[in-house]
Design a protein around this ligand. Structure first.
Ligand SMILES: [Zn+2]
Length: 269
């Protein structure tokens, strides 16, 4: 590495020198088997060493488990997304539990409530979420939570079902400073994604420095087939980390190391 040719003003680092980054939320099972190896390769080149691949439903959760068997850097979370909320009968409950007990599985996700997307099935979403918080508690797995226009309801269910006992994080956080305090009060971490890079989310520049470094996670919510595939890969977590570093007056390595350690601690790795 020819460091002397790099500009001195800005600490530009090669990928190898960057402390490991971790993506706490990606939908790797949405990438085709043909492109996934390249996606993971690009992630590694960007310094990413750990990716939590979260399920949307039973099938994608199973695929996430399979990906974890094939790729060392991938860990699976299983769960039913609020967009796919459905009645969890005995049979589905048993299947989810069996999946949660697979040795690779480290979390229950993606679960939560999304009243922005749909408000006509709130009761169903809440039942589905509640069931999965119970599952997580029973299996002693942390929860990574999706919350959209349902902040109070999500918190209430986590409190009522003892979700704070297993710990967890709110994913893709775009809320307010007051909401950060609610999550911290519950003992949860706060995961920041690519929204931090969007101009219309400028309030996050003030909110992110309020999150204690030891409670901060980073993510991409990578999903194949988006409008901008180049940014919708786990490698994009590096851009989020760089922005967090500049907002907090830290180096990229400090942010990478802290957030990677935070995710490992949360997932028991
Ligand atoms: Zn997601």
């Amino acid at each position: 590495m020819k460091k002397r040719f790099l500009p001195a003003a800005r600490a530009q680092l090669s990928c190898q020198e960057v402390a490991m980054l971790a993506d706490s939320h990606a939908h790797l099972d949405t990438f085709s088997p043909e492109v996934l190896p390249q996606v993971l390769q690009r992630s590694q080149e960007a310094g990413v060493s750990l990716i939590l691949s979260v399920g949307m439903n039973l099938d994608s959760s199973r695929r996430a488990v399979r990906l974890a068997e094939q790729h060392e850097m991938v860990y699976p979370a299983i769960g039913i997304h609020p967009w796919e909320a459905l009645e969890i009968d005995l049979e589905l409950s048993g299947r989810l539990r069996a999946l949660a007990r697979r040795p690779q599985v480290v979390a229950v996700s993606e679960i939560g409530l999304d009243f922005a997307r749909r408000s006509d099935n709130k009761e169903l979403q809440m039942l589905c979420f509640r069931h999965q918080v119970r599952l997580a508690r029973g299996e002693e797995l942390p929860v990574l939570v999706h919350s959209r226009e349902a902040h109070q309801e999500v918190l209430a269910i986590l409190r009522e079902e003892g979700g704070y006992q297993v710990g967890g994080a709110v994913h893709g956080f775009t809320g307010t400073a007051a909401e950060v305090q609610d999550w911290l009060g519950l003992g949860f971490s706060v995961s920041i994604g690519r929204a931090l890079l969007r101009a219309e989310m400028s309030h996050l520049a003030e909110v992110v420095p309020l999150i204690p470094l030891e409670r901060l996670l980073l993510e991409t919510d990578a999903y194949a087939g988006g409008q901008a595939p180049a940014t919708a890969e786990p490698s994009a977590v590096r851009g989020v980390a760089e922005r967090v570093a500049s907002l907090r007056g830290l180096t990229l390595e400090q942010v990478a190391e802290a957030t990677t350690n935070n995710l490992k601690a949360l997932l028991g790795l």
